[in-house]
Design a protein around this ligand. Structure first.
Ligand code: MN
Length: 452
């Protein structure tokens, strides 16, 4: 399978040409790109991949909205929209280790020393109040400084100089842990960021699992072949050979700079914080590289991130409750679960599984199998009619959650969590029955017989 973004774009152009739109008119990277994506989504109900050829102040075209359709993400995984969860779980279960190749198109242009200038990139400002231009589609590749263990993640980068950005490391997650290990030794952490990749690489980078799981193997599992990697110019970090662009650098020890505010997936613009610093040592890119952008908190961002989240939560709950039916992440920090409860207590076990499997999860609702978790009205109905709050709500105090949750108390990410058991008690079978038209009548009635 073509492992580059361009191969996937060719597929879109062949299969669904209306999903690929080139904008030739000049756009201002400050707010206009996000405004166009959001207006298309909200007013025109369209979600094409967009290429802005003429971006004020930069020679790089901007490609955005790549992940804004479930069907598009499914086709990237060679799957159907209904089978995405199963496809992703297979890749998690059967990862394929990456392989190193001698070189690749990402080395077409190599910029080091004085030729590095992050201000040559599109200076995209997404939302009002953002602290500056951000790179939102950068996928980090890094190695544990103490052992042979690799990690990939999305990390937002705020451009802070010609060769300098700040970086948001999610407190408590894997890259943050790597950096803390390096910092404890007084060392910097070598890292590289791929920008502009096949959606399978994006989906793999967002896998949520143990620090021991290598996201690059999940990418390979989704490709059905090893991910091809090349060595960086200025470190031993390995990066996708077919990326549009790679930024090489190191996260410095004991350095912090003001970062933010930045409008995030939570729907809030969290204020300025002191965050880690990236010193850039090289930029390499393909000839005529696309600079990829993700409009934060819009479909491009939210669809992409929920698929890996739901797969991990499905795996975790199923380990505890084999009769799990479905899992959905409908909103930030929130998970709905439906189960066929065989014995009392399984709903509570499902709550514990979700809260134990994903740092970000804060609110869990568990319903019976007759409730469709993809229909918010049905979940609300179950909450209202099958739940006694004094009996069915579980609260976990003083836990670690997302450092981007504005409701955190005292310290960013220090939070309570809660689960609601909205299953019928003592069991669905023993519960007051739902009303219905008798099945034989339902079957017999044909609307056309009544002139309808
Ligand atoms: Mn990881």
């Amino acid at each position: 399978m073509a492992q580059d973004l361009r191969g996937f774009l060719d597929l879109i152009k062949r299969r669904k040409p209306e999903d690929f739109v080139i904008v030739s008119r000049e756009v201002d990277p400050a707010f206009e790109i996000t405004a166009i994506v959001a207006k298309l989504e909200r007013e025109a109900k369209r979600r094409p991949v967009l290429v802005f050829e003429n971006v004020k102040g930069s020679r790089f075209p901007v490609l955005t909205n790549l992940h804004a359709s479930r069907a598009r993400l499914a086709s990237a995984m060679s799957s159907g929209p209904q089978e995405m969860l199963a496809t992703y779980l297979r890749a998690m279960d059967k990862p394929i280790p990456p392989k190193v190749v001698a070189t690749g198109p990402v080395k077409d242009v190599v910029l080091t020393g004085d030729r590095i200038n992050l201000y040559d990139l599109p200076q995209i400002v997404h939302h009002e109040g953002d602290g500056g231009p951000y790179i939102t589609a950068a996928i980090s590749f890094a190695k544990d400084p103490t052992r042979e263990l690799w990690n990939c993640a999305y990390n937002r980068l705020m451009i802070q100089g010609r060769d300098r950005t700040s970086i948001h490391l999610t407190v408590g997650k894997h890259l943050w842990e790597f950096h803390r290990l390096a910092e404890a030794r007084g060392q910097s952490l070598p890292v590289a960021f791929a920008i502009g990749v096949h959606p399978v690489i994006a989906l793999g980078a967002l896998a949520i699992g143990s620090i021991d799981e290598d996201e690059r193997g999940i990418m390979g599992g989704l490709f059905g072949e090893p991910l091809e990697l090349v060595k960086c110019e200025t470190s031993d970090i390995l990066v996708p050979a077919h990326a549009e662009m790679v930024i090489e650098g190191e996260i410095l020890p004991e350095a912090r700079v003001p970062e933010g505010p930045f409008g995030e997936f939570t729907g809030y613009s969290l204020g300025e914080r002191q965050r880690e610093v990236l010193k850039v040592h090289a930029i390499t890119h393909r000839a005529g590289a696309y600079f990829q952008d993700i409009s934060v908190a819009h479909l491009d961002h939210m669809l992409l991130s929920t698929i890996p989240m739901e797969a991990n939560l499905y795996r975790a709950v199923r380990a505890m409750v084999p009769s799990l039916k479905a899992v959905r992440v409908p909103a930030p920090f929130t998970c709905y679960v439906s189960i066929e409860q065989r014995v009392p207590g399984q709903a509570k076990n499902a709550i514990l599984s979700v809260l134990g499997a994903d740092l970000y999860m804060k609110r869990v609702v568990v319903v019976d199998q007759d409730v469709d978790v993809f229909d918010d009205r049905q979940v609300t109905w179950a909450l209202a009619t099958r739940c006694q709050p004094d009996r069915d709500i579980t609260i976990i105090t003083s836990a670690r959650g997302s450092d981007l949750d504005p409701s955190s108390r005292g310290e960013d990410g220090y939070t309570a969590k809660w689960g609601v058991d909205a299953t019928a008690k003592p069991s669905l079978a023993a519960y007051t029955p739902r009303h219905r038209v008798p099945p034989d009548v339902w079957e017999r009635i044909r609307l056309e017989d009544f002139g309808l």
